[in-house]
Design a protein around this ligand. Structure first.
Ligand SMILES: Cc1ncc(COP(=O)(O)O)c(C=O)c1O
Length: 381
């Protein structure tokens, strides 16, 4: 593990007292990100109204996210949450007689299912592909996506167990069937390289709070340009207009590209934070982060097993990401006890998720697993 993490650790003040392994939930706060939050706060005091600066930052953040995923700037909408992004797309899709089916999976984050079942036009034609031990085989997509499937929603990485899907392979299947592909990249953006063009993704959403190292309040929606122009937003607002500054209540013309999916004022403070976080990630380099995290994930896998932990999720390295889920009856309680010991992990149902980032070291992983193993195996509460 030769990658020089130490040169970046000083940028994360909490690492001097905590082992932060919860990037699947909230990334550690970096100093440039804190400074951006402070800057926004101070500029409100100093300037009273900082609208123009803040809108400039929204454009800058849009550009950074476009760079992260290999998109054009006008293919990105700046929204407030992934749920907002999925809802915006769901409300805009035309339900046609022979193109009326929506496919998603049971490894999607629950918000995806909640949103689709709330769409009256589609609710009788929704198919949920069921995983087997938290894994979905490409053949299942082959079988369940049919010629009338308008949209297929999949997560890049499962929030439950870190299962990483082969997007290119699934995109091929989806497109051969004539469906559109929506990828929820909230658990991959910021640590796994994404190129929407090369992966042939039609629509993608990700928020800034997890591996993207920002704070809640910002999510980005990518929509392939030609596709965005064909969609008519029904969840809308003044900032989705071509000329929002005309303030003409009777005239409505949607903005070009993905901007038409924007609604009202973004969470500026979160956009300032997100911009700096993306800047940091891009300067470290997603390829570097990815290969370093591959090594850490291997360590978690091998050392975790050596310590007798039951790792949930794919056995095959190719389908594993750096998010590792460990079975524990009382995962929530273990998360709480570990937090008291300054080890930050994230529990979901009967799993403790360990999700490192480029700022973690192998020594931290070993210590966290030792502590976790004592709790899981020995039940020492
Ligand atoms: C994969 C994935 N998608 C969506 C969400 C929900 O995002 P939001 O709260 O921004 O709607 C989460 C949250 O944990 C997630 O892990």
């Amino acid at each position: 593990m030769s990658y020089p993490v130490y040169s970046y650790r000083s940028l994360f003040p909490s690492l001097s007292s905590h082992i932060h392994l919860a990037s699947c939930s909230q990334g550690a706060l970096a100093s440039p990100v804190s400074k951006a939050i402070e800057y926004y706060h101070n500029s409100l005091i100093a300037k009273g109204n900082n609208w123009h600066d803040a809108m400039g930052k929204v454009e800058a953040a849009r550009g950074k996210f476009a760079e992260l995923i290999g998109a054009e700037t006008d293919e990105i909408a700046v929204l407030t949450s992934v749920s907002h992004a999925v809802s915006a797309v769901a409300a805009s899709l035309p339900c046609q007689k022979y193109m009326n089916k929506i496919v998603f999976t049971d490894i999607d984050f629950p918000t995806v299912g909640h949103i689709w079942y709330a769409q009256d036009d589609f609710k009788d034609n929704i198919i949920c592909i069921c995983s087997n031990n938290g894994i979905i085989q490409p053949e299942q997509y082959e079988k369940q996506i049919t010629g009338d499937t308008l949209l297929t929603c999949i997560p890049h990485v499962s929030y439950q167990n870190g299962f990483k899907q082969d997007i290119r392979e699934i995109a091929n299947i989806v497109h051969q069937k004539g469906s559109l592909l929506f990828v929820d990249a909230y658990q991959s953006a910021g640590h796994i390289p994404i190129d929407v063009k090369e992966m042939e993704i039609d629509i993608l959403a990700a928020g800034t709070r997890k591996y993207m190292l920002g704070i809640p309040g910002t999510a980005f929606l990518y929509i392939r340009k030609e596709l965005a122009e064909q969609l008519k937003p029904r969840m809308t607002g003044w900032l989705g207009q071509q000329k929002s500054s005309a303030f003409n209540i009777h005239h409505s013309q949607f903005a070009e590209g993905a901007r038409r999916f924007e609604t009202g004022t973004p969470s500026f403070i979160s956009v300032y934070a997100g911009y700096e976080a993306l800047n940091l990630l891009l300067s470290v380099g997603i390829d570097h982060i990815h290969s370093y995290l591959n090594d850490l994930a291997q360590l978690i896998w091998h050392y975790g097993r050596e310590k007798g932990l039951h790792i949930i999720g794919p056995k095959d390295h190719e389908y594993r990401s750096s998010l590792t889920a460990i079975y524990a009856e009382n995962a929530g309680e273990i998360e709480r006890i570990l937090r008291e010991r300054n080890i930050i992990v994230s529990a979901r149902k009967n799993a403790v998720r360990i999700a490192p980032h480029f700022y973690n070291t192998s020594e931290e992983i070993v210590h966290a697993i030792d502590e976790l193993a004592k709790l899981v195996n020995g039940g020492k509460f």
